[in-house]
Design a protein around this ligand. Sequence first.
Ligand code: TGC
Ligand code: FAD
Length: 387
Amino acid sequence: MALNPYDLYDIRSLLSEEECAVQDAVARFTDERVLPIIGECFDRGEFPMQLIPEMAAMGLLGSSIPTEYGGAGLNSVSYGLICQELERGDSGIRSFASVQSSLCMYPIYSYGSEDQRRRWLPDMAAGKVIGCFGLTEAHGGSDPASMKTNARRDGGDWLLNGSKMWITNGNLANIAIVWALTDDGINGFIVEKDMPGFSAQLIHRKMSLRASVTSALFFDNVRLPECNRLPNVKGLKGPLGCLTQARYGITWGPIGAAIACLKEAVDYSKSRILFNRPLAANQAVQLKLADMSRRITLAQLLSLQLGRLKDAGQMQPTQVSLAKWNNVRMALEIAREARDILGGAGITTEYCPIRHALNLESVVTYEGTETVHQLVVGRELTGINAF
Ligand code: TGC
Ligand code: FAD
């Protein structure tokens, strides 16, 4: 039986029927709805808003949230496959889904009151309410414990002051999950778009994640009722718990980007004739393609095992760090190598590798930089905190 060149270890045979169906549906969506438009969206620096209702209708927003709150109630491996297939299209589309699902719906579901869950989750799953997640501040994203954004009590309300930087979906969002320092440690708040004193400003001149909205958020005495505070978590473990969910999905996403780049490099090198033979007939080129395939296969196995651990309730943040580090680095290097195999053609967005390579420069930085994840693994090995 012929091997699937982009699934050499037949990872597909390890998936359940439901997981295969999810992967097929999202793959179709990416092929039919994302790929025909994404190069131009990237060129123009625009997020394709028209895809939001379609993603919602497919259950891609809050796919792991229980159905009683409007989610799709799917398992973690299915969520991973969604991320993989979306990022085969573009990291910006996967980012949109990650932020909505893992960074906004997850904290409302896990740390919110029953009223907050009922008020926000069904509309978020339907794509009618878009969320963003404000943790990073301009003075140092790797060290969120140093945040200056603060909320102080004013009667029964809270007054929020400060700013957040590099916030995905910021200008699209109807609500922001904002992490702020209080007298009682870090707390999470739901800030609504129209609240006086809240503003969002687009970040321009990005060379990466151009088909995604990135913003700075400002809070100038924003008055928040107590019912907008997430009541069931306190401290840095609140935002870090959300990051673990999103980082898990990000271990899968870049596999999709890498597969897209490998496929482009294989197709191009088979049809490009240089020195009277296809480029792909050179050993030097085949070695590069084989190495890409090896690294993708290892990443696929890593994420699948991580997903199975997560579904069994056994996944540890250190394991997520190792896979985020490995899989994003793998995809970034494959995208750069594929770009090189395409020669001059590879510098245009006519082909996908340069777009993926530029996007992955953000993915290697956000959700914990590569160094942060290496230090998490180092801490696990040595018992010494090097941060
Ligand atoms: P530490 O002070 O030791 O721990 C604080 C508390 O948090 C708990 N914890 C975690 N819980 C869940 N998941 C994790 N990954 C956790 N890591 C730590 C910990 O047990 C402790 O709990 P408790 O009960 O004892 O209070 O903090 P630390 O030393 O572990 O953290 C240091 C460090 C550097 C790892 C952490 O600050 C960090 O991860 N920094 C990177 C920040 C980051 O990743 N920011 C991302 C912003 S969001 C974003 O980029 C979105 S992009 C989205 C997109 O577009 O796709
Ligand atoms: P810094 O923390 O200043 O790091 C600079 C460099 O120092 C990095 O190379 C880092 O690895 C290194 N470094 C840090 N500490 C150490 C150390 N101890 N030892 C050695 N080296 C170290 N944040 C949000 O809250 N919400 C979002 O939705 C969001 N979306 C984003 C979207 C994009 C496109 C981007 C680019 C970022 C986004 N971020 C978001 C922010 C992102 O999480 C931060 O950029 C990231 O955490 C790094 O923070 P920083 O940019 O301040 O870099």
